[in-house]
Ligand binder design. Sequence first.
Ligand SMILES: Nc1ncnc2c1ncn2[C@@H]1O[C@H](COP(=O)(O)OP(=O)(O)OP(=O)(O)O)[C@@H](O)[C@H]1O
Length: 646
Amino acid sequence: MSATEDGGDPYRADADWPVLALLREYGRPHLPYALAGLVVRLLWMLPGHANPLIVGYLFDTVFSDTTPFTLPLVSSGLVPETQLGQLSLLVGLILTISVVGQAVEWTRSLLWGVFAYRLQHDVRVDAYDTVQRLEMDFFDDHQTGEVMSILNNDVDAMEGFFTDTIDDALTVVTRLTAYAVLMALLNWQFAIVALAVTPVIVVANYVFSRYIGEIYGRVRETQGKLNAQLRASISGISVVKAYTAEPHERERVERSSQNVVDAFLDAIDLGSYHYPMMRFLTGVAVALTFGVGAFWVVEGPPGPFTEPLTTGALVTYLIYVQHLSWPLQEVASVVESYSSADASAQRLLGVRTAAQSVEERDDATGLTDVRGRVGYEDVTFSYPESERDDAPGGDGAAAGPVVEDVSFDVEPGETVGIVGPTGAGKSTLLKLLVRFYDVDEGSVRVDGTDVRDLTLESLRGAVGFIGQDPFLFSGTIRENVAYGSPEADADAVRAALERAEADAFVADLPDGIDTTIGERGVKLSGGQRQRICLARVMLHDPAILVLDEATSHVDNETEALIQRSIESVVADRTTLVVAHRLSTVKDADRIVVLDDGEVVEQGSHEDLLGRDGLYATLWQVQVGDVQSLPEAFVDRIERRADALDD
Ligand SMILES: Nc1ncnc2c1ncn2[C@@H]1O[C@H](COP(=O)(O)OP(=O)(O)OP(=O)(O)O)[C@@H](O)[C@H]1O
């Protein structure tokens, strides 16, 4: 559900006329098509709506003798003299207008279609590109659903607006103008009578659209909640099953679905008044035109009016008044669709102005010949306010820095393990290195240069990052390994798989490296996915490797395999490994122990065991020696558990 419904919408841009802003920006390259369509529309505006005039003329000339049969711009010698000839000519004219009208309509909608679909294509692609370039803090802030809603619902709303609404709006304007002009040309005094009810119909439609708009807002809100409910129930299906909570979930879905039904029924209820209302008002307009018109024809112009009215002209007016109901109804839906497009355009513009914590400096330099030295110098960092409470594992209480005054260096080729209790700030340190976030104080350096002075491309090219969730795209193993290195051939992919110790299990898959994985493909275990990700990084061959909990979700045997593959890949590069299982980092050149955002110890495994500090206690826990844990450590764990319970 969009945040609009619960008040403030963080994505809304404060733009005046946002729809026009989007049209101006994206429409310009395709403007010739729109203009050509408009010219065709304007040229055909009057001839295209002349049939009622011809019918009226037919009444006055062929069916009665009140008016002599003449044709504008045609010499009298060419005008048919017999009644049948005149009738055939006028019917032929009506048919010609209809046929030419179809051809004009086809050309016009083709030209508009090219304009609108190209425009919407540009908006969609650009919206996606803008979103994917936003920095991590944007995505962290529980926004995936919101971002998807911008990319789907808002872009769709704009598409509907460009392709249908603008076209409909132009049709409404040209039709109403054509009717008004043709009626006024025929008899401007009677046109005032025939159009008298028009403003009432427009206002009635507008008021109606406001009410129905509110109800449709509620329909969308209840639909959004139902979708969220369904998504939550299906994502948590294993928990639902484990607790045999199916009846409970069914009840929740039933309740959400009932709300959607109720909102829809309200809309149908109100909607059922619309057409009778429109029929009534159009009926009033026709009755007024007919009543006053008949009197006018028989008795002559009433009151202040002076222009006489023929029977044929009255017929023409009656047809136009009857035809007015469509464009007048459309005014309301055009207004409604404009408001919805306006909200969407504001969000599309808003996402572009989303605050970016990480930006590349104009004078950023590229890293060349990376040696792989990494330095943290007095680094202090806090997540942006809004994110703290929603962060995974965040207890919401922690105000203040997540890491504070952290300093340590990693030499080229060195492997450093980062360990510490949960929430100590280990992953955060790695994210600062790849600039998912920027430090508040101090600096993170690669080969002596502050990462903020480097181009993002060269920094992220030099640092291979494997996060906690090994993510694979749907596609073949080969595509996944070559992601980010599209030029790599099959041999390079195989070599990378070999280095990541993934070659053996990949060879056993039905199509080897061309086996499709993920959705509708072969499913891989956590450890296998981990190793494919490792192979992806290997192909990239970065000078610095950053592994966040590479063995967190796997069993001991898989851990051993991953461990072996990690050892082979870290051999000749700087590596930072975050690990909960201390066995993963026990052989690292150095281990940095973090507690509550601060470095409390560092050294080799043996050194740290000898110091009998936090690392030694964590090691004790891991080897199962929990009887003799220091009091202070047990106290702290209990306090943390209490905080999490609260
Ligand atoms: N995106 C985020 N926004 C706000 N706060 C966050 C975010 N990610 C982490 N935090 C908070 O920062 C602190 C440190 O988190 P971090 O993930 O760095 O710890 P960690 O030591 O890697 O923990 P673990 O071992 O459980 O993975 C935690 O209190 C966490 O709640």
